[in-house]
Ligand binder design. Structure first.
Ligand code: ATP
Length: 251
């Protein structure tokens, strides 16, 4: 078995006296889709925020490709190969779709050579075009971002994350607010992206998770209560007990 892309050990996070995440140990192999699920307040966002460098963990260690991430500032995460999308669409509404991605590509590059020469600009344009192609938005490149449909805005957000060429892509509720058709398109996109990188997602749509994920982690009260493939998770008695009476559609 090859070394995991990301390995976390005994990760915890406190907010004052409140323990939002405790003792989570897991490792993630390359080119797999892993979903993180759990009832409201289970610690999913906190886990994501820790994995993407938004919040430092209070306890535990994280290693990415064998490198200890302790003390790594958030902006370095993308350079190391970890990028994320957010739960709330996070784009510049007045810029064009292409400009949104190019600005991200510009921000990602070394600030010293951005305006160096024409070739550097062409490179940024090419990078933006490749990211848009990867999410199927080439045909909307010149549209003003605010006029995109919700599903396309979420795809644009993913394109923005892709300019860093991440090996690990964290998606926070990528289908939030989507109807069945847009959800189907997003699933197809995630499947396509997963062929070339590792994907971790937080989602509430259980049917989607069971169909899409190679592996599912279940958090409850900040603890990892189950870790397995969709079949194992579906038949796990503790998971069933936790979801009983929840409105997450688990069945
Ligand atoms: N910045 C913070 N300060 C204090 N408490 C926090 C903070 N962020 C999260 N919490 C608490 O930590 C717990 C876990 O929250 P978190 O948002 O990680 O859960 P979640 O599983 O993502 O929930 P949801 O499904 O509702 O988004 C909750 O009780 C929440 O109130």
């Amino acid at each position: 078995m090859s070394a995991p892309l990301l390995a976390v050990e005994n990760i915890g996070r406190r907010f004052g006296g409140f323990v939002a995440l405790e003792g989570v140990t897991a490792s993630f192999a390359s080119n797999k889709v892993t979903a993180v699920i759990g009832p409201n307040g289970a610690g999913k966002s906190t886990f994501f925020n820790v994995l993407s460098g938004v919040l430092p963990p209070s306890t535990g260690t994280m290693r990415f490709k064998g490198r200890d991430l302790a003390g790594t500032p958030q902006h370095r995460f993308a350079h190391l190969g970890i990028a994320r999308s957010y739960q709330i669409t996070n784009i510049f509404p007045e810029l064009s779709v292409h400009e949104n991605v190019r600005v991200a590509a510009q921000a990602f590059r070394s600030r010293y050579d951005i305006w160096r020469d024409r070739a550097a600009l062409t490179e940024l344009d090419d990078k933006a075009a490749a990211a848009l192609a990867a999410v199927g938005l080439t045909h909307r490149g010149s549209a003003t971002a605010k006029f995109l449909a919700h599903g396309q805005q979420r795809a644009l957000e993913i394109a923005i994350a892709l300019v860093a060429d991440p090996e690990l892509l964290l998606l926070d509720e990528p289908t939030a607010g989507m109807g069945p058709e847009e959800t189907k398109e997003m699933i197809a996109l995630i499947e396509k992206l997963a062929a070339e990188r590792t994907i971790l997602l937080v989602e509430h749509k259980m049917k989607m998770i069971l169909g899409l994920s190679d592996r599912i982690l279940v958090l409850h009260h900040g603890r990892l209560i189950a870790d397995g493939n969709p079949q194992q998770i579906q038949s796990d008695p503790e998971v069933r007990r936790v979801y009983l009476g929840q409105n997450d559609g688990y069945a």
